[in-house]
Design a protein around this ligand. Structure first.
Ligand code: NDP
Length: 460
C-alpha cells in the first residue's frame, strides 16, 4: 500500500469537505498504515501548525462522527508546503527527497491539470507512484485524449496502474448496489431490457445554487460537471451486460461496451433531444420547513461571466444500439437550484400485457443514489376485478448503510493500487464521445438557453 498521499489543492473545498474527512474515517477504521502521511500543498502561505489548525477545524465541521482521537492522529501526520503547482521548480522542491512511491491527488481546478502533470513529469515520481485526477477529466474529447497522452508520457506508459481517474460516485454504496441488485436477484435480470422497460430516467437534481463556486462551475456547466462523468457512469452500470467476473478488467470492459453502444446525437437531433437552461432569481426551499433563501439570477452571481451562457440545467435523451436496450429511452436530467434534491434512477416499465390490465398504472422501480430517496418498487394491485379497481402497492426499503464515505473507498483504491473505482482511459474517452456532439450543437447555437426560476421544478 502506498504510504504517502501528496494532496495538491489541500486548502480547497474538495480537500476540506471530502478528502480529509475520508482520510480521518479510514484512520478511525484502521485502514491506513501506521506510518501513513499526507504532504499537503497549495499556494496559501501557511506553516504546518497553521494548516493543521485549519484542517482540524474542517474535520470538526465535516467529520464530527469520526472519533476525535482518529482526527487528531490524522492531523499529526499532515505536513504543509506552500507550492505554485504550475511551476516545475516549485513542484520539484515539494517532491525533493521523496524516494518511496506516492499517490499524488490533483484536487485542483481542472484547467490546471495539463500544467501540473507536466510539472510532475519534469520532476519525476518514484516507480510505483500513482496520479489521481478529479473530474471533469478534460473539457471535451480532444482535451481528454491529449491529457491521456500526456499522462502516458509522464508515467512512462505505466498505464492504468499509474493513473487514477476519480469519479467518487463509484464509491457510493447506492451506486455499488446498482450492480449488486442485478447480480443477486433472479427477479430483476429477466426484465432488465427494452422488452419490459420503456424509459430510464437518471436524475441529478440539486436544491442548491452556485454556493460561491463560480470560479469552477462557470467554466464547466452542468453537462461537464455531472453528466459526462457521474451520470454516464450510472448509465453504464445500469446498461452493461453482467461481467463474467467481478475483476477490474471485466467490469470496466462491460461498462465500456455500454458507453460505446450509446448512439451519438446528430446535430439535427440536438434541438429535439437536448435542453439547456439557467436559473433566474428565486427562492430556494429550506429542508427544515422555513421560509427558504432568496438567490439572485445565475447571471448575477459573483464571479459569473453572463456572456458565457453557462447552463445550470441540462436534459438529454439518449438511445442505445444494443440488443438489450434498443427501444428504451434513457433520459438524463440534471440541474442546480431546483425545488428539491433528487439523485435517483427511475425505471419505467411498459404497461401490463394482459388485455384486462391495460388501464393499470405501469410499474416503476426507483433507486435513490445520493440523498433522501430510498429503494422503492411501485407495483399495482386491485381490490376488485370486475370492473377492475387498481390500488398502488409500494415495496420500499432504506438504502444500504455505508461503512465508509464514498471518498474513503476511492482513496483506499488509490492507495492500495486497485483500479475498480477508477474510470479507465477508454471509458473517459467514450463518455466524451457521447457528450461532445451535444456540446457542439450547443456551441453552434442550435439549442436555445432557457430560463427557470430558482426553487422551481426546472424550465417549463
Ligand atoms: P477549490 O477552488 O475550492 O480549490 C482549489 C485548490 O487548488 C485550492 O487549494 C487552491 O489553493 C489550489 N490551487 C489553485 N491554483 C493553484 C496553483 N496554481 N498552485 C497551487 N495551488 C493551487 O476547488 P475544489 O476543491 O472545489 O475542486 C477541486 C477539484 O475537485 C475540481 O476538479 C472539482 O471538479 C473536483 N470536485 C470538487 C467537488 C466539491 O464539492 N468541491 C466535488 C467533486 C469533485 P490556493 O487557494 O492556495 O490557490
Amino acid at each position: 500500500m502506498i504510504k504517502t498521499l501528496v494532496l495538491l489543492g489541500a486548502t480547497g473545498d474538495l480537500a476540506g469537505r471530502f478528502l480529509l474527512p475520508a482520510l480521518a474515517a479510514l484512520r478511525a477504521a484502521d485502514r491506513l498504515p501506521d506510518d501513513f502521511r499526507v504532504v499537503a500543498a497549495a499556494r496559501e502561505d501557511l506553516d504546518d501548525q497553521a494548516f493543521q489548525r485549519t484542517a482540524a477545524e474542517r474535520l470538526e465541521r465535516h467529520a464530527p462522527e469520526v472519533p476525535a482521537a482518529a482526527r487528531a492522529d490524522l492531523i499529526r501526520s499532515v505536513r504543509y508546503r506552500r507550492t505554485e503547482l504550475t511551476d516545475p521548480a516549485s513542484v520539484g522542491s515539494l517532491l525533493s527527497g521523496v524516494r518511496q512511491p506516492v499517490a499524488v491527488y490533483l484536487a485542483l481546478p481542472p484547467g490546471l491539470y495539463t500544467a501540473v502533470v507536466t510539472a510532475l513529469g519534469s520532476t519525476g515520481l518514484p516507480a510505483g507512484s500513482r496520479i489521481a485526477l478529479e473530474k471533469p477529466f478534460g473539457e471535451d474529447l480532444d482535451s481528454a485524449m491529449a491529457l491521456n497522452r500526456l499522462l502516458d508520457r509522464v508515467t512512462h506508459s505505466a498505464g492504468e496502474q499509474a493513473v487514477f481517474r476519480v469519479d467518487h460516485i463509484l464509491g457510493l454504496p447506492t451506486v455499488q448496489n446498482l450492480l449488486a441488485l442485478r447480480l443477486a436477484n433472479r427477479v430483476l435480470e429477466p426484465v432488465w431490457n427494452s422488452r419490459h422497460i420503456e424509459q430510464i430516467d437518471i436524475l441529478w437534481e440539486e436544491d442548491l445554487g452556485l454556493e460561491g463556486r463560480a470560479g469552477y462551475f462557470d467554466r464547466s456547466g452542468t453537462l461537464r460537471d455531472v453528466m459526462q462523468n457521474h451520470m454516464l457512469q450510472v448509465l453504464s452500470l445500469i446498461a452493461m451486460d453482467l461481467p463474467t467476473r467481478l475483476d477490474e478488467q471485466a467490469l470496466r470492459d462491460r461498462k465500456l461496451d455500454a458507453l460505446c453502444s450509446v448512439r451519438p446525437l446528430r446535430l439535427d437531433e440536438a434541438a429535439s433531444r437536448t435542453r439547456r437552461a439557467r436559473y433566474t432569481a428565486g427562492r430556494l426551499s429550506d429542508p427544515a420547513g422555513g421560509a427558504g433563501r432568496a438567490v439572485p439570477a445565475y447571471r448575477d452571481e459573483d464571479g459569473v461571466d453572463a456572456a458565457r451562457g453557462t447552463e445550470t440545467f441540462a436534459e438529454i435523451v439518449l438511445d442505445l444500439d444494443s440488443e438489450r436496450w434498443s427501444g428504451t429511452r434513457f433520459l438524463l436530467r440534471a440541474g442546480k437550484a431546483l425545488h428539491r434534491r433528487r439523485k435517483q434512477v427511475t425505471f419505467r416499465f411498459r404497461p401490463a400485457e394482459h388485455p384486462s390490465a391495460h388501464s393499470a398504472p405501469a410499474n416503476e422501480l426507483r433507486i435513490g443514489l445520493d440523498g433522501p430517496e430510498d429503494l422503492a418498487l411501485h407495483l399495482t394491485g386491485g381490490v376488485s376485478l370486475n370492473p377492475p379497481s387498481w390500488a398502488p402497492v409500494t415495496l420500499a426499503a432504506a438504502p444500504p448503510a455505508a461503512d465508509l464515505p464514498a471518498y474513503g473507498r476511492v482513496l483506499l483504491d488509490v492507495l492500495s493500487g486497485g483500479s475498480t473505482l477508477s474510470v479507465r482511459r477508454d471509458e473517459a474517452e467514450a463518455a466524451w464521445r457521447v457528450m461532445t456532439p451535444v456540446l457542439a450543437a450547443w456551441n453552434a447555437g442550435l439549442v436555445p438557453l432557457e430560463g427557470y426560476a430558482a426553487g422551481s421544478a426546472g424550465p417549463p
